[in-house]
Ligand binder design. Sequence first.
Ligand SMILES: Cc1cc2nc3c(=O)[nH]c(=O)nc-3n(C[C@H](O)[C@H](O)[C@H](O)COP(=O)(O)OP(=O)(O)OC[C@H]3O[C@@H](n4cnc5c(N)ncnc54)[C@H](O)[C@@H]3O)c2cc1C
Ligand SMILES: *[C@@H]1O[C@H](CO)[C@@H](O)[C@H](O)[C@H]1NC(C)=O
Ligand SMILES: *[C@@H]1O[C@H](CO)[C@@H](O)[C@H](O)[C@H]1NC(C)=O
Ligand SMILES: *[C@@H]1O[C@H](CO)[C@@H](O)[C@H](O)[C@H]1NC(C)=O
Ligand SMILES: *[C@@H]1O[C@H](CO)[C@@H](O)[C@H](O)[C@H]1NC(C)=O
Ligand SMILES: *[C@@H]1O[C@H](CO)[C@@H](O)[C@H](O)[C@H]1NC(C)=O
Ligand SMILES: *[C@@H]1O[C@H](CO)[C@@H](O)[C@H](O)[C@H]1NC(C)=O
Length: 535
Amino acid sequence: MYFPKLPLTSALLAGWAIQTCSGYVPQERSDDNSQCTKTTVAIMGGGMAGITAAQALSNNSIHDFVILEYQDVIGGRAHHTKFGKDKNGDPYTVELGANWIQGLGSPGGPENPVWTLAKKYNLKNFYSNYSSILTYNETGFTDYSDVLDEYDTHSDLATQQAGVLLKDNLQDQTARSGYALAGWRPRKDDMKAQAVEWWNWDWEDAYTPETSSFVFGTAGENLTFNQFSDENNFVIDPRGYSAIIDGEANTFLKKDDPRLRLNTQITDIKYSKDGVTIHNADGSCVDAAYAICTFSLGVLQNHAVQFEPELPLWKRTAIEKFNMGTYTKIFLQFDETFWPNETEYFLYADPTTRGYYPVWQSLSKDTFLPESNIIFVTVVTDQSYRIENQSDEETKKEVMAVIRKMFPEKDIPEPTAFMYPRWTKVPWAYGSYSNWPAGTTLEMHENLRANADRLWFAGEATSAEYFGFLHGAYFEGRIAGEEIAALLKDDCVVIQGTKTCGHRPHYEKLKGTTPLRNYNFFNGWPVSSFYDASE
Ligand SMILES: Cc1cc2nc3c(=O)[nH]c(=O)nc-3n(C[C@H](O)[C@H](O)[C@H](O)COP(=O)(O)OP(=O)(O)OC[C@H]3O[C@@H](n4cnc5c(N)ncnc54)[C@H](O)[C@@H]3O)c2cc1C
Ligand SMILES: *[C@@H]1O[C@H](CO)[C@@H](O)[C@H](O)[C@H]1NC(C)=O
Ligand SMILES: *[C@@H]1O[C@H](CO)[C@@H](O)[C@H](O)[C@H]1NC(C)=O
Ligand SMILES: *[C@@H]1O[C@H](CO)[C@@H](O)[C@H](O)[C@H]1NC(C)=O
Ligand SMILES: *[C@@H]1O[C@H](CO)[C@@H](O)[C@H](O)[C@H]1NC(C)=O
Ligand SMILES: *[C@@H]1O[C@H](CO)[C@@H](O)[C@H](O)[C@H]1NC(C)=O
Ligand SMILES: *[C@@H]1O[C@H](CO)[C@@H](O)[C@H](O)[C@H]1NC(C)=O
């Protein structure tokens, strides 16, 4: 502690003239925002990161905050809808966004916080068996499970080799070259091997091995599936996956709490060393001492929100550098389950196009939605963009042609229901989740994560450890909330051994030599080595 604590609330009410650790004393600001709602912390977005940030503030006795959310619900990309009909004519609930709890936890080891929440709210979820898979090509069932095993062998070696690069802070490469060095070299015309690779890499990263970082892609997978556990549970709850986010929100928000503003589209963010003023499409505005922007990388890349002043070059470079992938689930309901009803996954190798309707998933299985006769197929990124520009009818025709090839012995009728989201066009997401591009250093990621004056950034994409995942959003929301709470209490966080209050490190010039983060645990949650947990 550098400076004596000021009485918090009175200091905040007095135009936030609180003394920060750096000795900087913000002045009372000119009154052009007099009609704006005043608050201490504005949280932009009510997804996992936003709600967790608000809860972290609440837990630290900061109750003066406002959450601004575009949609009429919270939950963000944990997003479900109704689909098809059950025997009584009632629709099923299916997840358009996040669907698995990935890496649960092991006895005595760290636990994925999303798993903790799933247990707390009795979220209906079941073991997803990645070994329950049958393989197909354009001639029907054809067993290439040996290729699946072969991939796994090379993958284990690749993970070891990526670990060395990570540990010694060496030059990154593409996942393509990293895997080739580990002995996995699928020929371009070996469509079975291409399908197996897609199932293992693209299906998770939403990008090809050519575009993905070898080191951080592998480390991310390791931190989720080795650190927590290698289990994936599939969420199939009639309340939707977002029930855990609703549940946590209800721990600190009252019914109709005025601090949660739904249906509020932010259009402009004015930030400075003194605070942040936010303007919304409905003409309302919020004037805050600090703000946390939890918008997806897609929203930032699409310039859907204007920043004033323009974000600094180091920040804009990072925003443009990382990749926003799209992951599209295409749902079909039939009047019977004509596929093997105990199997979870069906992998299809198209004879000409890699990634053409490759992974099929049955919901009709015993533990999921038994007898629902629902199956869905997933495509990502380039194939997603292609089908997002097609009508449902055009896509349905392609999808049906594939499934008829997979089961040539069956007489397959048209589906009774058909639906898919177009994530790239969703104005509050512009894509599904981020991916770490090849040859991109931790410095660049620190720049994505760093604050610009009093404007903080948090969300799935700002997690170096768990980018892409719901738990990444959880940790990042929590850390941002904790940091701002500490600042407001005039506490300092220790960054790289120095008390640098109020700023996350950023690099004006990228040299690519950031010291490696250690994935330390502090109170059960990972913190980077920038934060000295012992202080
Ligand atoms: C198809 C798909 C599949 C996925 N599968 C999994 C999975 O199986 N497991 C897993 O762990 N993760 C999965 N994810 C990723 C997971 O959903 C995200 O990592 C997580 O939900 C991100 O949370 P967040 O708070 O960072 O961002 P978001 O959930 O995007 O929250 C940001 C919020 O900001 C709001 N917002 C945006 N623009 C504005 C604006 N202008 N004004 C006001 N509000 C705005 C949005 O409406 C949103 O609620 C998947 C995602 C998708 C899309
Ligand atoms: C807030 O505190 C509650 C109760 O201790 C805890 O369950 C929750 O995980 C905390 N949340 C955050 C984001 O710190
Ligand atoms: C997963 O599926 C495989 C293949 O069908 C099966 O052998 C295995 O027992 C299943 N595992 C579990 C836990 O159900
Ligand atoms: C992944 O985890 C294994 C086992 O803990 C470790 O040996 C390897 O170095 C790790 N690799 C990466 C890239 O993190
Ligand atoms: C599809 O599988 C069949 C049976 O294994 C095989 O004869 C055929 O060559 C495969 N097609 C391609 C494009 O590999
Ligand atoms: C699968 O099909 C068999 C045989 O028709 C049937 O006995 C079983 O109940 C079905 N299982 C599910 C989960 O639908
Ligand atoms: C596909 O793109 C074209 C050209 O941009 C556009 O005119 C058309 O409406 C799009 N179709 C769909 C279904 O989105």
